[in-house]
Design a protein around this ligand. Structure first.
Ligand SMILES: *Cc1c(COP(=O)(O)O)cnc(C)c1O
Length: 405
């Protein structure tokens, strides 16, 4: 590796002095957890997504698990999940004992299309209760069509929007924000440092439903409530055992099995400061993506950027290209190694989840030609805030050389 060339990971966080100051001020204060930062972060998240409710939690995986719990999915139920996603989307379904039905995806975008969804619905399975569409790389599947099919079949919809904070798409009444849940019951986010907004570990769920919001809050905190109006055991709850008495000051009640999936004030202080920069982060990512598109144009059709979904305005978590390795004379392993020697890290998003031994052994494999084709060709190039044009030039030049173009 050229000693003066900066190492370029495929993704990384952008932390400034003001982020560090926000975290240290929490460390000097009274609340490390369950304090005001959590509320401020949630409030800010409702603003940037236009959701009615935002519930912050400890990771994107916890967020997905909480949605499965809030929908009361259980053994015997089934959920449709696209084959190209991170493990956690499918695992959340298994956490509650429900079964996963893997839908195929479009070979040029990696997204589940309404046709893929319809196909998965036709599998000989009863009790399909929900669908978890994924915004791969920041692009939006056709949510309005998916919503229509889901509602015709009585399915709930949870968007795994881990990649898509800041993305929008056009719909009947203009632009819809991801997280506004215009075509879903809930949307989940991850604030892992590889994602657009970093909290260290962190996640959130947005929804328009006050009922789901309330359930999610209960489930992420041991299933317990301190809300006097909700107390069931009046004897223990109130002074003199009467409902019109004063609630006993120590009292709390557990109504169902829950978890500790809370996010701390330390994490939320970082998340809040990061969210205040979302617009500039998204603008920067879009600028880098346009420049990649321009520089890679001469490599078409050997190298093509993932196809663009019409009506979408993605915030771009990933810059994914599809490479025709069958004609390139180079394998993906060789290409990744050559690039790594030049300080450029790339990644594959994703190995189809049904190929994982856990899932392969559980479900007889069905044919997934779209996922297969996408997986064989995909590669994520470095994309993060703090990259500049010269970095994009370095990556695209190295890619061209490695493919002998
Ligand atoms: C990152 C990610 C998750 C999990 O988020 P964590 O915060 O790492 O738990 C889930 N789904 C997708 C698509 C992701 O990229």
């Amino acid at each position: 590796m050229n000693s003066d060339a900066t190492f370029l990971p495929y993704a990384r966080q952008m932390i400034d002095d003001d982020d560090i100051a926000a975290v240290t001020s929490v460390l000097r204060g009274d609340f490390l957890t369950s304090g005001p930062m959590v509320q401020d972060f949630e409030e800010k998240l409702t603003q940037v997504t236009s959701a009615s409710f935002a519930i912050c939690c400890s990771s994107g995986t916890a967020a997905l698990h909480l949605t499965a719990l809030a929908l009361e999915l259980q053994p015997g139920d089934a959920v449709i999940v696209p084959s190209i996603t991170f493990l956690a989307t499918a695992n959340a379904v298994r956490y509650v004992g429900a079964e996963v039905i893997f839908a195929d995806v479009d070979a040029s975008t990696g997204l589940m299309t309404p046709e893929n969804f319809d196909q998965a619905l036709k599998q000989d399975r009863k009790n399909i209760k929900a669908v978890f569409p994924v915004h791969l790389g920041g692009q939006t599947p056709d949510m309005s069509a998916i919503h229509k099919i889901a509602k015709q079949n009585g399915l709930a919809i949870v968007e795994d929007a881990s990649h898509a904070i800041g993305s929008t798409y056009s719909c009947f009444n203009g632009e819809a924000n991801i997280g506004a849940c215009v075509h879903s019951d809930m949307a989940t986010f991850s604030f892992h440092p590889a994602k657009t907004i970093a909290m260290g570990e962190g996640g959130a769920i947005t929804t328009q439903s006050p009922i789901l919001a309330k359930r999610l809050r209960l489930l992420l905190n041991h299933g317990m409530t301190r809300e006097p109006a909700d107390f069931v055991n009046k004897e223990l709850a109130f002074e003199d055992g009467k409902e019109d008495g004063k609630p006993n000051p120590w009292y709390y009640e557990m109504h169902e099995m829950g978890f500790n999936y809370r996010a701390s004030d330390i994490h939320c202080a970082l998340g809040l400061k990061q969210l205040s920069k979302l617009d500039s982060f998204v603008t920067e990512r879009r600028t880098l993506v346009s420049y990649y598109d321009k520089l890679l144009a001469p490599l078409v059709p050997l190298v093509q950027s993932v196809a663009r979904v019409s009506g979408g305005n993605p915030a771009w978590h990933l810059y994914q290209v599809l490479i025709d390795f069958d004609t390139s004379g180079v394998t993906r392993t060789q290409l990744m190694e050559v690039l790594r020697h030049q300080g450029i890290s790339t990644q594959v998003h994703y190995i189809p989840v049904p190929y994982q031994p856990y899932y392969r052994d559980r479900y007889s494999p069905s044919s997934l030609p779209g996922a297969e084709s996408f997986y064989k060709r995909c590669l994520s190039l470095p994309l993060f805030v703090g990259m500049d044009y010269s970095h994009v030039e370095r990556v695209t030049a190295a890619l061209g050389r490695a493919l002998n173009t």
